[in-house]
Design a binder for this molecule. Structure first.
Ligand code: 3H9
Length: 704
């Protein structure tokens, strides 16, 4: 057939195997091979039934995303699916791993489907900015129904085999070996004389014309809310609707055109970038040079919100965890904080009481550091204070076994200084989790000067076990994320001083795609944190720098720290987490402006975004220049997974590429006139504009 598709025979059954590692993506050679296989199956009278199966870890997981944007090569995937469906002998898709996107579409082109019980199916095209383009919107609703099919496509979720069986997507689950069971299925079909059963001819998922119209309208009404700015979902409904009253051929062309109209759009570029950036972030030199150290037992120092979150993340990863607190009361609270998470899971039906008990069996509470003597990795999550941290590390140095990795969860402090409290700085790294640590997927892995490669590789292995997205960060104040955050928070603070409404800024950010604005975010995190930082850093502040805390300080002086005090930039009624603008803020802002001698001016929504992003990307460029981040896509990943940056925009550096680095530099030059210190363009940015380079060029170079 082709190197990537083989056809073997077992009596009357043809077994068509796709072998295109790692995920059997449906690239050109696979598509050609599948068509050739179907030709041969039709031509050979001795073949009475056929099976399509994937070699290795999965059934095809979709179209080859790397081919998007390149000139399309025949046959198109929708033609392959139709060719499979037109085969004159029954074709069975035998699914294991993940049959996603085009992978599910070719199995819907097949006449019957059997799956490994652990297999999953789905149409996740929406997550990369496209829609199903090879019959997904045509065939899936015919068996699963319009509502269910749209739920699967709009969410992009992976449907487990048992649910897929219930929905009629699968005919049966394998009970022993997938291929053996598929062959048994095939023999049964041959014995029954059952011929091909075309999915495109089936109607059991559909209702009457009126019912279908109602379901489509309901989908349209719901879609705006669910789609959160994405345009592919509405196109899916259009395509589905069209297919109900047109031939398979016409519907396929309509769907294909809708799919093509998504390609190359900013959303598709952003989401595609996010997909590959997420996978590139774990590709760091240390992983190539060293193997991780053993990782079974973890120690966590501290049972507060962070320590408990890290503990839950480690327990969920199947690790054993010993949590150490300073006294009986503190450890009892720490344990309560961990159990709370699992109790909630039980209440919500996500876990059984027995599962909770099994997990908690791997948890050991302790008030004694010596209980950490057999831990492979110990993560400190205590109070953010250098003296306290150094004391913890000096104790750990005495009790931890040789080779144990010692990690600090600090978000700002100098880890070299922390490491110097031990006699083994080569085993010390930073693991900066984001709160809540059992939910947020970002993990900054911070590299102190003396850290050994295998200690760093162990940090990445932990991230993998915890299903987190790791980003390698060099040492500096705030590492990648918080350092850049500080800059755009200042840009927002200056805009408010100069005339912008904090609520208008938040609204502009939500419109841009953020789940919430920066002021609402401040209220959620607690305004007292920034206030205390500003006070602590007062002595270090350069008097020539514009001060960013004038207004925020005054809010805090009232005891208004955000959600936890019921008041901050917004006011929060009991149980209300969205809040409404705090009516006292206008007066605070007005008095601050008067004291600073500022005559307020208007800021358009567009200018708000320009300034916010310019501050973010300019600092991102500095972070790159200094080698704190290895590549621009790591900065994107940081902001996508830790700071709510809208995924469909790809991350700040990708956004900057699409906005144009020359335009960004022009903006910085314009803002620089009013505050040359704050807005000074990064040298890297200036050089890149001069050379006509993009951040994507730097990504490619870093990955070469
Ligand atoms: C589609 O099908 C459109 C059609 O409707 C119509 C067309 C006309 N292509 O994630 P992993 C690479 S759209 C190319 O680390 P896991 C990935 O980059 C497609 N490459 O493994 C990585 O490469 P590397 C719809 C792909 O086990 C390697 O495979 N399908 C593709 O954690 C391993 O990936 C999807 O959107 C691809 N389609 O997760 C599925 N997929 O080693 C997208 C993966 O160089 N894929 N690679 O870093 C996934 O969700 C996950 O990769 C999967 C495996 C769940 C399959």
């Amino acid at each position: 057939m082709s190197e990537q598709v083989t056809l073997t025979r077992d009596g009357e059954i043809a077994v068509v195997t796709v072998n295109n590692p790692p995920v059997n993506a449906l690239g050109t050679a696979v598509r050609q091979g599948l068509v050739a296989a179907m030709e041969q199956i039709d031509a050979d009278d001795a073949i009475k039934a056929a099976i399509i199966i994937g070699e290795g870890r999965t059934y095809p997981a979709g179209a080859d995303i790397r081919e998007f944007g390149k000139p399309p090569q025949p046959p198109a995937l929708f033609e392959v699916c139709t060719r499979i469906e037109e085969t004159t002998k029954p074709v069975i898709a035998a699914i294991h791993g993940t049959a996603l996107g085009g992978g599910l579409e070719i199995s819907l082109g097949a006449h019957y489907r059997i799956a490994d019980p652990k297999g999953r199916v789905g149409l996740p095209e929406v997550l990369i900015g496209v829609m199903p383009g090879a019959g997904g919107t045509i065939r899936l609703p015919r068996i699963a129904g319009i509502g269910k099919a749209l739920d699967i496509m709009v969410s992009g979720r992976q449907v487990g085999a048992p649910e897929a069986l219930e929905l009629g997507i699968l005919d049966r689950l394998a009970e022993t070996d997938l291929l053996d069971d598929a062959k048994t299925f095939a023999r049964e079909l041959i014995a029954e004389g059952a011929g091909p059963r075309k999915t495109s001819d089936r109607t059991e998922g559909l209702g009457t014309e009126e019912e279908n119209a109602t379901a489509l309208q309901a989908a349209r009404d719901g879609i705006v809310k669910k789609a959160r700015g994405l345009y592919a979902p509405a196109k899916m409904v259009d395509s589905m609707e069209y297919s109900l009253s047109h031939s398979l051929h016409d519907a396929s062309i309509f769907e294909r055109d809708a799919f093509m109209s998504c390609l190359g759009t900013p959303q598709q570029q952003g989401l595609n970038h996010a997909f590959f950036a997420e996978r590139a972030s774990a590709k760091v030199p240390e992983n190539g040079r060293a193997q991780p150290r053993p990782l079974n037992k973890i120690g966590v120092i501290g049972g507060g919100t962070m320590g408990a979150g890290i503990t839950v993340a480690a327990l969920n990863a199947g690790l054993e965890v010993t949590m150490v607190e300073r006294n009986a009361e503190a450890i009892a609270n720490g344990q309560k904080n961990v159990e709370k998470v699992y109790d909630r899971d039980v209440t919500k039906g996500r876990k059984t009481e027995a599962q909770k008990t099994a997990i908690m069996d791997r948890y050991t509470p302790s008030t004694n550091y010596t209980d950490l003597s057999d831990a492979d990795l110990i993560i400190e999550a205590v109070f953010e204070n250098m003296d306290v941290k150094r004391e913890v590390f000096s104790t750990l140095d005495k009790v931890a076994k040789p080779g144990a990795v010692l990690a600090s969860n600090t978000s700002y402090l100098n880890i070299d200084e922390i490491a110097s409290a031990t006699a083994r700085p080569e085993s010390v790294i930073g693991l900066h989790f984001f709160s809540p640590a059992n939910i947020m997927r970002l993990l900054e892995i911070v590299i102190p000067t003396k850290a050994a490669d295998d200690a760093i590789a162990t940090g990445f292995a932990l991230a993998k076990a915890m299903k987190k997205v790791p980003v390698r960060a060099g040492l500096c104040d705030g590492f990648i994320g918080n350092r850049i955050l500080a800059k755009y928070m200042s840009a927002a603070a200056f805009m408010v001083e100069d005339g912008a409404s904090p609520y208008a800024i938040d609204a502009a950010l939500v419109k841009f795609g953020y789940p919430m604005g920066i002021h609402a975010m401040g209220d959620l995190a607690g305004l007292d944190i920034g206030w205390s930082n500003r006070k602590n850093n007062a002595a270090k502040r350069n008097n020539q720098d514009r001060y960013n805390g004038t207004i925020a300080d005054r809010i805090c002086e009232n005891g208004w720290f955000g959600q936890k005090t019921g008041k901050g930039w917004y006011v929060y009624a009991e149980g209300d987490r969205r809040g409404t603008p705090n009516p006292d803020i206008d007066a605070i802002i007005a008095s601050a402006r008067a004291d600073l001698g500022i005559t307020p001016r208007d800021f358009s929504e567009e200018e708000v975004i320009r300034r916010y992003l310019a501050a973010m990307v300019n600092e991102g460029a500095r972070v790159l220049e200094e080698g704190i981040a290895l590549k621009p896509s790591d900065i994107d990943v940081t902001f996508l997974f830790g700071y709510g940056f809208p995924r469909y925009r790809g991350g700040p550096m990708k956004y900057a590429d699409m906005y144009g680095l020359d335009n960004l530099l022009t903006d910085l030059r314009e803002f620089e006139k009013e505050d040359p210190r704050f807005w000074k363009p990064a040298q890297l940015l200036i050089d890149m504009v001069e050379r006509g380079e993009s951040f994507d060029d730097l990504n490619k170079r870093a990955m070469a």
